[in-house]
Design a protein around this ligand. Structure first.
Ligand code: SF4
Ligand code: SF4
Length: 340
């Protein structure tokens, strides 16, 4: 495990990214039309380096795109879309989102099934993390096994110290990315202790619901009247699932005219009635009640049964962006205080 530490002057980061662009496709948070999102950049100074909050859309789409053509066909001839093989760097990944990729690996890179599209992108991508000096009031990463400066899933971690950044190598692959760069110099002990102070403050600022006992409580709640009310204000818009870094449902469709077409994988959501509609017309999740139950059960019961962890990294996106203020933290508290 690499553990080297450097510092880089803040104005030099753009030049560092410019150097990476010579050999990699580089993604970074950018602000366009008032929205922060991860986009491919062509110049280092496009990357957002200030104290902005995390991107609205999760970086999962760089590994599992919203829509992806698997192959095309015409008159019996099939053209397979090549598997991803470009070298990529994602700069500015927050610790919660890096952790979400570890959870997605359990689904897409399992011992008995490997999704070649997802796995190819994961293998070719170096993740440069950015610690969260100022977590939002909706963040609860510490309640679900993460933290504003957690390093799980990252190759490098950058911490904003004001006029400079502390840079920590987490993996050898991360270390290799900066080892020969002229913009880094060895971190001073003062840099390391300043980072520790910032991280401790950030950690203290995060609060959230405990998920302890939630799985056991959910084990008893499949037919609980709790679900009758919970879903009532939900619009079924699926914003919570589309923005969630760990949600991963998809549909595969043929988009064709006569004998010409393409097979496409698109994101889908358990919050849509069509998601579970059978060809017979029967729908095992006919109302918002069953669909809301599924979302909560999948994250906090079924995923724990299958993989030993909750499928939530506490990024707070579903809390911030739900148009009717459905607050997952309140849902978890209500489940915990439910008498079985
Ligand atoms: S974002 Fe809110 S309203 Fe939309 S599906 Fe999710 S819980 Fe329901
Ligand atoms: S369930 Fe909500 S808080 Fe948890 S990872 Fe998904 S979007 Fe973030």
């Amino acid at each position: 495990m690499a553990n080297k530490k450097w510092q880089i002057a803040s104005p030099k980061i753009a030049a560092f990214l410019d150097d990476l662009l010579k050999t990699h496709r580089v993604f970074a948070p950018v602000k366009r039309d008032g929205l922060i999102s991860f986009e491919p950049i062509s110049e280092g100074d496009e990357a957002l380096l200030d104290e902005s909050p995390n991107s609205r859309r999760a970086p999962k789409e760089m590994f599992f795109p919203r829509s992806e053509t698997l192959f095309a066909y015409e008159e019996g001839e099939i053209t397979v879309v090549p598997l991803p093989d470009e070298r990529r760097v994602v700069f500015g990944v927050r610790p919660c989102d890096a952790r979400s990729l570890i959870l997605l690996d359990k689904v897409f890179d399992a011992p008995d099934y490997q999704d070649p599209y997802y796995v190819g992108r994961r293998k070719n991508t170096v993740l440069i993390g950015l610690g969260c000096n100022h977590p939002l009031s909706t963040c609860f990463c510490t309640a679900v096994g993460g933290g504003p400066f957690a390093v799980d899933g990252l190759d490098l971690l950058f911490t904003n110290l004001g006029d400079r950044y502390l840079v920590e190598a987490i993996t050898e692959r991360g270390e290799a990315l900066v080892a020969d760069s002229p913009y880094f110099r060895e971190a001073a002990p003062a840099d390391v202790s300043l980072k520790a102070e910032i991280a401790a403050r950030a950690e203290q600022a995060v609060s959230g619901p405990s998920v302890e006992g939630v799985k056991e409580q959910l084990d008893t709640m499949y037919d609980d009247p709790f679900w009758d009310e919970l879903h009532e204000k939900c619009l079924g818009c699926a914003v919570c699932t589309y923005l969630c870094p760990t949600c991963h449902c998809f549909d595969i469709v043929d988009e064709a005219v006569n004998a010409q077409g393409q097979r496409v994988r698109n994101w889908d959501s358990c919050q849509f009635p069509l998601f579970t509609l059978h060809a017979s017309g029967h729908n095992p999740r006919p109302s918002g009640k069953e669909r809301m139950r599924q979302r909560v059960m999948h994250k906090f019961r079924y995923f724990v049964e299958n993989f030993g962890e909750v499928a939530c990294v506490g990024c707070g996106r579903c809390v911030r962006e739900c148009p009717v203020n459905m607050d997952l933290r309140e849902v978890l508290n209500a489940i915990r205080s439910r008498k079985s």
